[in-house]
Design a protein around this ligand. Structure first.
Ligand SMILES: Nc1ncnc2c1ncn2[C@@H]1O[C@H](COP(=O)(O)OP(=O)(O)OP(=O)(O)O)[C@@H](O)[C@H]1O
Ligand SMILES: [Mg+2]
Length: 253
């Protein structure tokens, strides 16, 4: 059975950075193989993980549609063709595999791409003891996408007053949309001092969060982001790496 960690939050707060760190530290801790899923149509996790992506679920689906439309692939049903194309879009690494939703191309909407991603996940999830899903901003798509259970739902926020307020809103939205999860983790990212905002205590109580993780604003991480380098390049003594290691130990022990 897989242990699934889904990362969410508003735009630009560090979801992909946290997702990349979680993938790379799971692997460093011998918790593998990992399936890394980029469920943001604006694919970014590939760069953070240092891999090159040939195809997304969105483009796989479009290719399958074109092939079926041309009457090619005789003897293969449209659904089977889609499954072949999805299998082709899985990037296989040494310690992890990677799947990206991408943008839906051609006719159809995001709901369709979401459905295809969900079906693909249902088919392959059992191969992976660890699954990490990086989401686009907000929770709207998360509830539609995940039919499988989420063991830890991670909500990332910046430390500003308004940023913290989004944790309340995300939690309310998660309840409203009946996103089911085992445990809830609140991550406050880019802290400029070591003190967690007072408001967080109240938010933790109100949301019933099981874990709180504070991540400092870190020059090495910022520099890596600027040059688009892979997160695995961060040294083991980097503060974010150490804190994510501690967090993973807590949630998986
Ligand atoms: N703790 C940190 N210290 C320094 N820089 C950080 C930190 N966390 C994230 N960043 C930088 O902030 C920028 C945004 O981070 P990231 O792309 O992870 O956010 P996101 O929430 O995934 O954004 P989006 O909503 O666009 O998907 C990146 O350039 C990243 O390198
Ligand atoms: Mg992102």
């Amino acid at each position: 059975m897989s242990f699934t960690i889904a990362i969410t939050g508003k735009g630009g707060v560090g979801k992909t950075t946290v997702s990349g760190l979680v993938v790379s530290r799971l692997i460093a801790g011998n918790r593998r193989p990992v399936l890394a899923v980029d469920a943001d149509p604006n694919t970014c996790l590939d760069t953070v993980l240092g891999i090159s992506l040939k195809q997304t679920i969105g483009s796989a689906r479009e290719e399958a549609r074109i092939i079926a439309g041309k009457g090619m692939g005789a003897g293969i049903s449209k659904q089977e063709m889609l499954e072949i194309k999805i299998a082709e879009s899985l990037v296989e690494g040494a310690d992890f595999d990677f799947l990206a939703m991408g943008r839906p191309e051609g006719p159809g909407c995001y709901c369709y791409a979401n459905n295809v991603l969900r079906t693909a996940l249902e088919k392959i999830a059992h191969h992976y003891p660890w699954i990490v899903i990086d989401n686009e901003a907000g929770l709207e798509n998360l509830s539609r996408r995940l039919s499988q259970k989420v063991d830890v739902l991670v909500m990332v926020a910046d430390p500003s007053r308004r940023g913290l307020e989004t944790l309340r809103r995300l939690h309310a939205l998660a309840r409203e949309m009946e996103v089911s999860y085992g445990k809830l983790a609140l991550v406050v990212n880019r802290l400029r001092h070591d003190q967690l905002p007072d408001e967080l205590d109240a938010i933790r109580r109100e949301t019933g969060a099981d874990y709180v993780l504070a991540l400092p604003d870190n020059a090495e991480v910022a520099a890596l982001g600027e040059r688009g380098g892979p997160i695995a390049e961060l040294p083991a003594e980097n503060e974010l790496v150490k804190r994510v290691d501690g967090f993973l130990k807590t949630i998986t022990d």
